[in-house]
Design a protein around this ligand. Structure first.
Ligand code: PPS
Length: 576
């Protein structure tokens, strides 16, 4: 065994299980890794590996074996009874496990190429994602971002086993704000902070959060650790580069002697109550004695029926029920709201009767940022707003993607070409057309039309479109894109950087087949082409496309105008 379960039982941390090997052993592992089967870690697996190696996930000693996984899913405990609410799994492709056996060792590689850890495979198993979704997240409903990931992006095989760490993942941003659990414990000890309350966040902080955190530290007579997640958060969240600049401004409003800021490279699951328990364990590992749990902690938003997945205070209840066992005190907190006549923030339940309460929701904040509207001083700090304004320029300056989807021969390319010409006439941004046929020639020439290949093709288009959008250009995509889930993935990729306008070219199959410009429908009917969309392969029509057009009733010019008007209505084309 090479991991060190250190004796560093700090005032509040409990034993820290760090999995980084000693320097001599690292040299041996490096030599061994050269000949090992090697797995390229995904972004999320890098986050999990970092917290396994640095002790943030103590007492885990690696990715969960099937016995531990089952027990975590059903009972929120490892097989030995230790409280652990969220499964931590290494998901890999079927091809990777061919010939792999329990007892084999594999190298886990960072995307930059270095080996982060060597894993001794103890278990190779195929999970039931539906069961995991129901047990851990409460529903097999893919409106939940983690359930969506399980159903659509997760690799089918889980590997369980012990890790020996070679090095932690490199970080090139905000190095001075990153600390391992050991570093934080030592830092707290040096400062004499023996009672520290942690504040978890994945959003920019405004005055309400500052008031909440200040009250929490005062109530608990504790020092404050602002501990934002900078690994992976909910799709669509403000990216962490911008958030960290905002936190750096906000931290200036706390006394330097009692408050600090540190970034946590966690991949969140948006698991509500279970996630709150997990966050508490992670904060305890980072040397904290208290943990703030507010309203709707790590909430995933609405389910498929438009209702919240979890009740607003479910997370507080679950953490409270485990408080003694967790060894960290929960500091429950209500939502803070601004009472106008008092010019003060107070918890919602303490608002005097009849008092006027002001509040700006996250959605309203984004609307005001996107439209360049005023944001009052009572809500946030001018420096924070300035950073956010940089990140959310008005829509007329943002990039966007127009994503056409529809059957072969539906008229996607024709309208896309007209639209491209019109947008070039507008002339405010560079325009790139990613037509289905063009992409298949230049980016996806080796791909066929199986489900797997089509998904890969669309993901490539999505990646290029998201880069164009990020750099404030216009991408026009025109593939068939027959699968709903893949289109949703592309929407998420692009929306974090700018607009995403899905256009369903809903020309009926009969009309497409009658036209049969390329003669492909005839061939498909004759069985000469297999897996042809609409004939012997499905087309899942969009349910929420921004624009639906039918080329059997209008000309391409008329339809391109409809799309332009929609872009204008949404604010992307505007001469002001
Ligand atoms: S997908 O599903 O989005 O990856 O398809 P896409 O990249 O848009 O490619 C569609 C074009 O490829 C031709 N073609 C087929 N289409 C559908 N199914 C099968 N089996 C197939 N084989 C070849 C067809 O010409 C499509 O072009 P468009 O422009 O859509 O007619």
């Amino acid at each position: 065994m090479t991991e060190s379960t250190s004796d560093l039982v700090e005032p509040h941390g409990g034993a820290l299980r760090e999995l980084l090997a000693a320097p001599e052993r690292v040299e041996q592992l490096k030599a061994e890794a050269v000949d090992l089967r090697s797995w390229d870690l995904t972004e999320r697996q890098v986050c999990d590996t970092e917290l396994l190696l640095n002790g943030g996930f103590s007492p885990l000693y690696g990715f969960l074996t099937e016995r531990d996984y089952d027990s975590v899913c059903t009972d929120m405990r490892l097989a030995d009874g230790t409280l652990w609410p969220i499964p931590i799994n290494l998901d890999v492709a079927e091809a990777f496990v061919e010939g792999l056996q329990a007892g084999d060792r594999i190298a886990l590689r960072h995307p930059e190429g270095m080996v982060l850890a060597v894993m001794t495979v103890e278990d190779i198993y195929r999970p039931d994602f539906k069961r995991e979704a129901e047990l851990v997240y409460g529903a097999a409903d893919d409106a939940h971002p983690e359930v969506f990931r399980l159903f659509n992006q997760c690799n089918p095989v889980y590997l369980g086993g012990r890790l020996e760490g070679l090095e932690l993942p490199p970080h090139h941003t905000f190095k001075h704000l990153r600390h391992t659990p050991r570093e934080l414990r030592e830092w707290f000890a040096k400062l004499g902070w023996n009672n520290v309350v942690a504040f978890q966040t994945r959003n920019p902080m405004h005055r309400a959060h500052v008031e909440l955190a200040k009250r929490a530290s005062q109530t608990g007579a504790a020092n404050l650790l602002i501990h934002p997640v900078v690994g992976m958060t909910k799709p669509g969240d403000v990216d962490y580069f911008i958030r960290v600049r905002c936190y750096q401004e906000v931290v200036k409003h706390f006394p330097e002697q009692t408050t600090t800021l540190s970034l946590l490279p966690l991949a969140m699951r948006m698991g509500g109550p279970r996630e709150a328990v997990w966050h508490a364990i992670i904060r305890k590992n980072h040397g904290c004695s208290r943990f703030i749990v507010g309203r709707d902690h790590a909430g995933p938003g609405k389910n498929g029926q438009g209702e919240d997945f979890y009740g607003p205070y479910d997370a507080q209840e679950l953490v409270r029920s485990f408080e003694a066992e967790l060894g960290i005190t929960m500091q429950p907190f209500e939502e803070m709201v601004y009472v106008e006549d008092r010019a003060q923030y107070v918890p919602r339940s303490e608002v005097p009767e009849g008092a006027r309460v002001l509040n700006i929701s996250g959605t309203e904040l984004r609307r005001r940022l996107k439209e360049g509207l005023d944001l009052p001083d009572w809500f946030s700090y001018p420096q924070v707003i300035a950073h956010l304004r940089q990140a959310f320029p008005p829509k007329r300056q943002q990039g966007f993607t127009v994503f056409f989807t529809g059957l072969s021969g539906s008229g996607k390319s024709t309208i896309a070409n007209v639209l491209m010409a019109k947008l070039m006439e507008v002339g405010t941004r560079p325009v790139t057309l990613l037509d289905g046929d063009l992409v298949r020639k230049h980016l996806s020439s080796e791909l066929g039309f199986s489900k797997e290949h089509r998904e890969l093709n669309i993901q490539r288009i999505g990646y290029v479109a998201s880069e164009i959008t990020k750099n404030r250009g216009i991408a026009i995509c025109a593939p068939i894109a027959p699968y709903r889930a893949t289109r949703r993935t592309v929407r998420e990729m692009v929306s974090q950087y700018g607009g995403f306008i899905e256009v369903h070219v809903a020309t009926p199959l009969e009309v497409c087949e009658q036209r049969d410009r390329k003669g492909l429908y005839a061939k498909a009917r004759a069985g000469l082409i297999k897996q042809f969309t609409g004939i012997d392969d499905p087309y899942e029509a969009p349910e929420q496309a921004e624009v639906v057009v039918d080329t059997s009733r209008y000309s391409a010019d008329e339809l391109a105008q409809q799309i332009l008007l929609q872009l204008e209505k949404q604010g992307y084309i505007d001469n002001d």
